[in-house]
Design a binder for this molecule. Structure first.
Ligand code: PLP
Length: 454
């Protein structure tokens, strides 16, 4: 390589070691490792060198200064960015794309000590012998919902597959045509049944299914009656369905188990008008359902998990099925679930409660933030999300900023990213889905994003 003269623009290009010593580039090593950072740094420098050698315009000083950012972008494109905290100002609390239920801070605060060392996940400390991983969940769900027993698995889809595989592999499951739903992503009741090896027997019509329809469909191959909460879908008008109590009566008379996929993990009834119509596990179990299943990270407010609760003998059969071993929780989620169930039991507040804030305190919070951000306060609906009560808006107010797609994009690109929503030519930020402790961080993020907008 010939020596560069002082007039030579090559002098502007840093040596690779100097580039690697740049503070931003060094921080990248923590996320991506030394070697991938070195490779991208060499590539970025080579691209500029080739341009100096005559391929295209020589690089400007700005391009040289932007080398660390370019390396960051290249690493991000190649290896993805680590998960980041996002401020959810969408007004939809259980936002599936944003990770569903936020964990209570008090529960999250206990996780580091439990997961950075060892914990008594499956040991009886009194005897030193092997303990029961499912025991805690079982006792807590029993106390909360009146189930005899319960187990936790990866998610509610897994809970349903496990129950179907345990009781109905190679046999028939009777389901109403009004409940053959698809719930986001790739969760479709007929496909879940097929995956579990069960045969679907459809009864009734899309809008009306009667108890007599189930009665007629029961035969020697019937293994189970299944009732599914339609979650994110409603049929209204001329509709009829068999109640859980009626189905439980029929199931008992025929010696079949009734499984209710409740979906959202509403363990006990809640008084808010938007949730009052949702049937909880305790109600389903006292109506005579043999098994209920639901998600840990919807209304329950815990980590991603599926819970299966009900009669002890049936839960035990599921626990002994080989698939349970493939679906059981690790200690990270077992710890979070345990903490959240205990808060339910103690009646402690949960992040879900933010959707129904104390009106005077919330108004004061909105006014404080509106003044800080020069924002307007406008009427806005919030939603529970996660398929629960989709047609039951929670009326209230949100902050409104003059803004467009560009501001929304800048907010998403900020640190931390903020996700709001556009309505009527304004950008709305609903504080009901933001922890009040994050108001300062939110205000700073919004300020930075707006300064960036011309
Ligand atoms: C959400 C939902 C599921 C799937 O639960 P995951 O925990 O997301 O697997 C299944 N059934 C119903 C009725 C639901 O609402």
């Amino acid at each position: 390589m010939s020596e560069a003269t002082s007039a030579d623009p090559r002098r502007r290009l840093p040596a690779v070691d100097r580039l690697l010593a740049d503070p931003l580039v060094r921080r990248l090593e923590a996320s991506y490792g030394r070697e991938p950072v070195r490779v991208q740094a060499r590539r970025a420098l080579d691209r500029l060198r080739r341009r100096l050698a005559g391929e295209g315009a020589p690089p400007s000083a700005d391009e040289v200064a932007a080398l660390p950012d370019e390396i960051a972008r290249a690493l991000e494109a190649e290896l993805g960015r680590p998960l980041r905290r996002v401020l959810n100002a969408t007004g939809v609390l259980l936002h599936t794309n944003l990770g569903r239920a936020p964990l209570p801070r008090e529960v999250a605060a206990r996780l580091p000590e439990l997961v950075t060392a060892s914990c008594d996940l499956e040991i009886d400390l009194a005897t030193g012998r092997r303990g029961d991983r499912a025991g805690r969940v079982s006792a807590l769900v029993a106390a909360l919902a009146g189930a005899e027993a319960a187990i936790a698995v990866n998610n509610n889809a897994a809970a349903l597959v496990l129950a179907l595989a345990t009781f109905a592999a190679g046999r028939e499951v009777v389901v109403s045509r009004g409940e053959l739903v698809e719930i986001g992503g790739s969760f479709r009741i007929p496909e879940i049944l097929a995956a579990a090896g069960a045969r679907l027997v459809e009864v009734g019509t899309t809008n009306r299914t009667h108890l007599a329809d189930y009665e007629r469909a029961i035969g020697p191959a019937t293994a189970l009656l299944l009732k599914v909460h339609a979650s994110n879908y409603r049929v209204s008008g001329f509709v009829a369905e068999a109640s859980p109590a009626d189905l439980a009566g029929l199931a008992r008379a025929r010696g079949l188990p009734l499984l209710c996929d409740e979906g959202s993990g509403l363990v006990r009834p809640r008084p808010e008008p938007q949730l009052a119509a949702e049937t909880s596990w305790s109600e389903l179990l006292s109506a005579g359902c043999d098994l209920v299943c639901g998600s840990g990270d919807k209304l329950l407010g815990g980590p991603q998990a599926g819970l299966l609760a009900g009669r002890a003998e049936l839960v035990e059969r599921c626990r002994r099925h080989p698939l349970y071993r493939a679906m059981r929780l690790d200690r990270l989620r077992a710890a979070a679930l345990d903490g959240v169930l205990r808060r339910h039991l103690a009646g402690e507040p949960l992040p879900l409660d933010r959707l129904w804030p104390e009106p005077a305190a919330h108004r004061a919070r909105l006014e404080r933030m509106a003044a800080r951000l020069a924002a307007a306060i406008v009427p806005a609906d919030a939603f529970v999300g996660g398929g629960a009560a989709p047609e039951s808006p929670i009326p209230g107010e949100a902050l409104a900023l003059p803004g467009s797609d560009e501001l929304a994009a800048r907010l998403r690109a900020g640190e931390p990213p903020v996700v709001g929503y556009l309505k009527g030519g304004r950008l709305l930020l609903d504080l009901r889905t933001v922890d009040a402790e994050d108001d300062g961080v939110l205000a700073d993020a919004v300020r930075r994003a707006r300064e960036g907008v011309a």
